[in-house]
Design a protein around this ligand. Structure first.
Ligand code: DQA
Length: 146
C-alpha cells in the first residue's frame, strides 16, 4: 500500500503555532512517528506540505497515478475550498480527511467541512494520533490489513 500524506496551510508551523490547540510536536516529528507506524502496516508513505491551494490540487491530481490513497489535512481550506473538494471528487483513490483538533467544538466556521462529503471518511480531535488513526483506516480501506 502506498499512501501520500498532504498537509495544507500553516501546518508547517506545528509545534510553535497555537500549541494549546495543535500540540507541541513539529510536523517533522509527526511524520517520523507515522513512518514508524507505516512500517508496521507494511505501507510505503510519502509526505507533502504546502500553503497554496493550487499546489495541493496539483499534488492530489498526481497522487491518483502513484498512490493507493491520500491522507489530507487541508487546514483552513477544509472550510471553504470548493476547488480542493472538486479535486478530491475527480480522483479515483480514497482520501481520508484529518484534523488534529476537533473542528466541531471550536469556531462556528470550522464546523463546516466542504471536503467531507467527497472523502472516504474523516478523523478529527485526536491530536497527532489523528494521522495514525487515518493510516490504520486507510490500511483497512485498501485492504492490506483488515
Ligand atoms: C486543522 C483545523 C482547521 O480548522 C485549521 O484551520 C487548521 C488545522 C486541524 O488540524 O485541526 O489549520 O485542520
Amino acid at each position: 500500500m502506498k499512501v501520500l500524506v498532504i498537509n495544507g496551510p500553516n501546518l508547517n508551523l506545528l509545534g510553535e503555532r497555537e500549541p494549546e490547540v495543535y500540540g507541541e510536536d513539529s510536523l517533522q516529528s509527526i511524520n517520523d512517528s507515522l513512518l514508524f507506524h507505516a512500517k508496521d502496516l507494511n505501507c510505503e508513505i510519502s509526505f507533502f506540505q504546502n500553503n497554496s491551494e493550487g499546489r495541493i490540487i496539483d499534488e492530489l491530481h498526481d497522487a491518483r497515478l502513484k498512490y493507493d490513497g491520500v491522507i489530507l489535512n487541508a487546514g483552513a481550506y477544509t472550510h471553504y475550498s470548493y476547488a480542493i473538494r472538486d479535486a478530491i471528487a475527480a480522483i479515483n483513490i480514497p482520501v481520508i480527511e484529518v484534523h488534529l483538533s476537533n473542528i466541531n467544538n471550536r469556531d462556528e466556521f470550522r464546523k463546516t467541512s466542504v471536503i467531507a462529503p467527497v472523502c472516504a471518511g474523516s478523523i478529527a480531535g485526536f491530536g497527532k494520533r489523528s494521522y495514525e488513526l487515518a493510516l490504520r483506516a486507510m490500511s483497512y480501506l485498501v485492504g492490506e490489513k483488515p
